[in-house]
Unconditional design. Structure first.
Ligand code: TRP
Length: 437
């Protein structure tokens, strides 16, 4: 690979309306990370994924708009990161099919979301797959395509998504192996255990499924009402209060400075009344959210501007990455221009000579060490370092014969030879082996 920047890719499911828990746990840290200079960042609205659960078109549209506006309002800068909508990149859907055809069905059977659905059906005495769509089953393949289409290196995710990243690696690796080249970078999950999870109104984790959320951009008076409705214990003003396990305190802490938090902790110890505590929490949250809310409202009033931003992101990204890459992948799998088939060629015309099958040669040098080299016809492609035993050299050759050019510590490309050329030669070798079988 060239010396490109690390690619970091973040998928945002377009369902529901963002709440404070999403903001603190996902949006705010992701936008802070998007400002890093040493990365090329991809942020996209996973609207195709949302269809698996949400099948109300008006809500799908509404939610996509709200979520796009939320990320923009919170400071995501479409000039500096790739910001796009999954469904605007048809190459993702095409790649989904290529990956579907290499993905092991058994692996998909083990995906958490699918397994949970099956377990629930069993517990209820239903047929295993009752009510399960093929969309739910295929979820990890679509997600793999999201990641692999841009050869992302790192994918920041919550723990629940690690399995999906592992599956994406598996699909990418299978494809690379079958088609004989490192087409896909194998992505890594980036898990940050430090991000805060907020408690909701009832003290349980803030989550849409518990119906205990505070919407991120609730109008000011509603925000205040919701903060004032948060669960507290029954201690009276004057009685010392526990900061540990107090949802109000936790909410204060993620919006306040360290100094403010220390002062607030002292107020707890000094027996601040719950009404006063709530007022302070409301103020500190509102201080950060108010300017964002103003931007959000301005954006929501101009949905056409958001549409333009998203389309522009997708258009540039397709031209730059997705279209050339899918063309390469079509070629790889054999969806090719028929006029270039050698059997169909006009017999009078000279068929393009197929590259010779490369050969590996093992030998021993005067230094007593064991070497190998890769030749294609009489062109030297690479020479290895010296190995201590013929077995070591042989193992390395065997790995290369599988098409793996990983690591380049133990060989040297010959003058004027690129790693692409060697990859192509190895692919040729693998193809010739397969043709023999
Ligand atoms: N599955 C992710 C979630 O539920 C969303 C998502 C879709 C995603 N495609 C992705 C995340 C690709 C990272 C990379 O949060």
């Amino acid at each position: 690979m060239d010396n490109r920047k690390t690619r970091i890719l973040t998928g945002i499911t377009t369902s529901g309306t963002p709440h404070l828990g999403n903001y603190v746990g996902a949006i705010r840290p992701a936008i802070a990370a998007s400002r890093a200079d040493n990365a090329e960042s991809f942020y996209f609205l996973a609207d195709l994924h949302s269809l698996i659960k949400a099948q109300d078109p008006a809500r799908t549209q509404r939610s996509t708009l709200e979520i796009a506006a939320s990320w923009l309002a919170c400071g995501l800068d479409p000039e500096r990161v790739w910001f796009y909508r999954q469904s605007d990149i048809p190459e993702i859907s095409e790649l989904t099919w290529f990956l579907t055809c290499v993905a092991g069905k058994g692996i998909l059977n083990r995906a958490h979301a699918y397994k949970a659905a099956v377990d629930k059906n069993r517990a209820e005495g239903e047929d295993d797959d009752a009510g399960v769509t093929a969309g739910l089953f295929m979820y990890p393949v679509l997600m793999g395509a999201d990641i692999l289409i841009f050869n992302a290196d790192q994918v920041p995710v919550g723990r629940d998504q690690i399995q999906h990243i592992e599956m994406a690696r598996d699909f990418g690796q299978r494809f690379n192996h079958i088609y004989g080249r490192e087409y896909f970078t194998l992505p890594e999950a980036l898990v940050d255990d430090d991000v805060a999870t907020l408690s909701g109104l009832d003290g349980r984790k803030m989550s849409k499924s518990y119906n205990n959320t505070i919407p991120l951009f609730a109008p000011r008076d509603q925000l205040k009402k919701l903060v004032f409705s948060m669960l507290t214990d029954s201690r009276a003003p004057g009685e010392p209060k526990e900061t540990e396990g107090s949802p109000l305190f936790q909410l204060y802490k993620v919006f306040a400075s360290v100094e403010e938090t220390a002062v607030f902790a002292r107020a707890y110890a000094d027996g601040i009344g719950w009404g006063d505590a709530k007022q302070q929490v409301f103020e500190v949250v509102d201080r950060e959210i108010t300017p964002l809310r103003e931007r959000y409202e301005a954006l929501m009033a101009r949905p056409r501007d958001i549409e333009v931003i998203l389309r522009d992101g997708a258009r540039r990204l397709r031209e730059r990455h997705a279209m050339p890459f899918i063309a390469e992948l079509r070629e790889a799998v054999g969806l090719r221009d028929l006029s270039s088939t050698s059997v169909a060629a006009d017999p009078d015309e000279e068929a393009p000579a197929e590259a010779p099958v490369p050969t590996f040669k093992q030998y021993r040098e005067a230094d007593g060490k064991f070497y190998f080299k890769l030749m294609q016809g009489d062109r030297l492609l690479l020479t290895s370092i010296g190995f201590d035993s013929p077995r070591d050299a042989g193992q390395r050759v065997a790995a290369m014969k599988e098409g793996a050019l990983e690591g380049n510590a133990d060989f040297q490309l010959a003058d004027g030879v690129s790693s692409d050329e060697v990859n192509a030669a190895l692919a040729r070798f693998v193809a010739a082996q397969l043709a023999k079988k």
